[in-house]
Write a protein that binds this ligand. Structure first.
Ligand code: GDP
Ligand code: IMO
Ligand code: MG
Length: 424
């Protein structure tokens, strides 16, 4: 029995879904604790590809309990769409397999519209959000004006009254920008219909996770987004609106910190970023190369991810703020062809050597990556199944990650399939 948090150590899309799916075999309960359907987690299991947005990846394993915790922001209509999509692929999401926190905040139609509106208002300073209403929903949560799931599945009359008021206030803002008003009646009705379907899934998930822990069951927390999208530790303001670091798993689930046994940091063997914001090691040639190979397109929005070299400044700080006990390094196979592989050891900002990420976004934008070249391995790793099978230079690359971050590499990804994960 052990409780493990899996987090992304870069800007998201590190391969958390694949690693969570792989670890689920030895877990009993899989919990999402933050983020919303801005997340897109790809899992390839037995040749079939699944992209999970709100539902924990553990749903692909029969007999596992999946939980959407109180820290998640949940779009009820999108969630039902995801449940229906999984059904089409042969996965029946029952209310025995999935429980949703009654305390989870709801992404409403006006949050999605507001997300787009605020992005337009930002002009050239736009964040490049997924337009899934994430920022406005967390904004309302912090402002104490949000709706939680219990509000929707509770008294329909009380809900409809408050909802109509809120829609009106948002429509007043939209009117100033000639945005079509939201139809409170039609959208309110759709939400109440969704509530009827969702009611069997709604639960006090804090009670459930504590009961599971009492029985000695193992919890696996599936992080969403990545450390540099964390609202406190990331490249603010080019971040998402939740705590994506390991600590977010506790606040978002009601599981106290001392119950956590292990933190697994997931990082790609290189770096990617989707959306705006600084990216010191970003490299157009590498981006073009991956896109040409059909890799590195966003799982939620289909946007091209920007790609760059592995950045030890990022990983060093990630190891610190997440308390990474071990690394799962994915996509090592993406580097298979290269004769030489640059890695970023530190930044230079205004002529000074910098080993950890700066706080000010202007410093981040000015940061010059100092690159060191490591020898490539020019060998196909996708068939490797044991650590010792990896070419010596690939192992040296992984050793370097350990040396720079002080955390050991426990797993390596050599392809997108569940079977292409090496346990060290
Ligand atoms: P997540 O959001 O962290 O779950 O990651 P995404 O699913 O958005 O993006 C990761 C992408 O890399 C997906 O297309 C995965 O199928 C793929 N992937 C994960 N691990 C590996 C790996 O080791 N090698 C390869 N080639 N692809 C991988
Ligand atoms: P997973 O879980 C990569 C990025 C967006 C944008 C910023 C803010 O698949 O790793 P938001 O819609 O959250 O307000 O957008 O965060 N972003 C992600 N990038 N992976 C994700 O999730 C992301 N979720 C949000 O592109 O830059
Ligand atoms: Mg993703």
């Amino acid at each position: 029995m052990s409780n493990t948090i899996v987090i992304g150590a870069q800007w998201g899309d590190e391969g958390k879904g694949k690693i969570v799916d792989w670890l689920t075999e030895s877990a009993d309960v899989v919990v999402r604790a933050q983020g919303g359907n801005n997340a897109g987690h790809t899992v390839i299991s037995e040749g079939k590809e699944y992209i999970l947005h709100l539902i924990p990846s553990g749903i692909l394993w029969p007999g596992k309990l999946c939980i959407i915790g109180n820290g998640v922001v949940m779009d009820p209509i999108a969630l039902l769409g995801e449940i229906d999509g999984l059904k089409e692929k042969g996965i029946d999401v029952t209310s025995d397999a999935l429980k949703i926190s009654n305390r989870a905040h709801l992404v409403m139609p006006y949050h999605c519209e507001m997300d787009g509106y605020r992005e337009a208002m930002r002009g050239s300073g736009k964040i490049g959000t997924t337009k899934r209403g994430i920022g406005p929903t967390y904004g309302d949560k912090i402002d104490r004006t949000g709706f939680r799931l219990h509000d929707l599945v509770g008294d329909p009359t009380v809900f409809a009254e408050r909802y109509t008021e809120k829609v009106k206030a948002c429509n007043d803002i939209f009117a100033t920008a000639d945005i079509e008003p939201i139809d409170a009646e039609a959208t309110g009705k759709a939400l109440l219909e969704a509530a009827e379907r969702l009611a069997p899934f709604v639960a006090d998930t804090v009670e459930i996770v504590h009961a599971e822990m009492k029985q000695g069951k193992s919890l696996l927390f599936e992080g969403a987004q990545g450390t540099y999208l964390d609202v406190d530790q990331g490249t603010y303001p080019f971040v998402t609106s939740s705590n994506t670091i390991s600590a977010g798993a506790c606040t978002g689930s009601g599981v106290p910190p001392q119950k956590i046994d292990k933190v697994v940091g997931v990082a790609k063997a290189y770096t990617t970023r989707v959306g705006a914001g600084p990216f010191p090691t970003g490299n157009q040639e590498l981006s073009d190369r991956f896109h040409g190979m059909g890799r590195e397109f966003g799982a939620t929005t289909g946007r091209k991810r920007r790609c760059g070299w592995l950045d030890f400044v990022l990983l060093r700080y990630s190891a610190m703020v997440n308390g990474v006990d071990s690394w799962a390094i994915t996509n090592i196979d993406g580097l298979d062809d290269l004769a030489e592989i640059p890695v970023c050891t530190h930044y230079e900002i205004n002529g000074e050597k910098v080993n950890l990420p700066p706080a000010a976004i202007s410093d981040f934008e000015d940061a010059k990556p100092v690159l060191e070249t490591m020898p490539g391995w020019q060998t196909d790793t996708t068939g490797c199944r044991k650590y010792e099978d990896l070419p010596a230079n690939a192992r040296a690359y992984l050793d370097r990650i350990e040396k720079e971050t002080g955390a050991p590499v426990g797993a390596v990804g050599v392809g997108p399939d569940r079977s292409q994960t090496i346990l060290r």
